[in-house]
Design a protein around this ligand. Structure first.
Ligand code: ZN
Length: 112
């Protein structure tokens, strides 16, 4: 694990990177393999990166209605990939971020 040092400002995100599969130790990953093939053909920029991203937001359901709309709440952005050594899906980068509180989705009236 490589921990990226926290910035000096309060808004700087804190992040952790995992360069090896936690199960088998392989560094070969599905997205890197596919992106390397694109780069070999000249169909992706050298700096191009891509992986599945999940945003994890945790809210206390009892307190949820007390938090003003638009407030920033702590969240985690998780970049996932799949190990080509054993097939294990694991987090390659975890970044502290924030999410904005938005109103719950409204249901469209059904056409019955
Ligand atoms: Zn593995």
């Amino acid at each position: 694990m490589n921990e990226i040092p926290e910035g000096t400002g309060k808004q700087e995100p804190k992040a952790m990177e995992f360069t090896k599969c936690p199960a088998c130790g392989s560094i070969k990953r599905l997205s890197t393999c596919l992106i390397d093939k694109l780069k070999a053909k000249g169909w992706a920029r050298a700096e191009f990166e891509c992986s599945e991203v999940k945003l994890i937001v945790i809210m206390d359901p009892i307190m949820q209605n007390l938090i003003p709309m638009g407030s920033q709440i702590p969240a985690m952005e998780i970049r996932m990939d799949i190990c080509l050594g054993c097939g294990c899906q694991y987090a390659i980068k975890v970044t502290e971020t924030s999410a904005r509180v938005s109103p719950p989705p409204t249901k469209m009236p059904s056409a019955n």
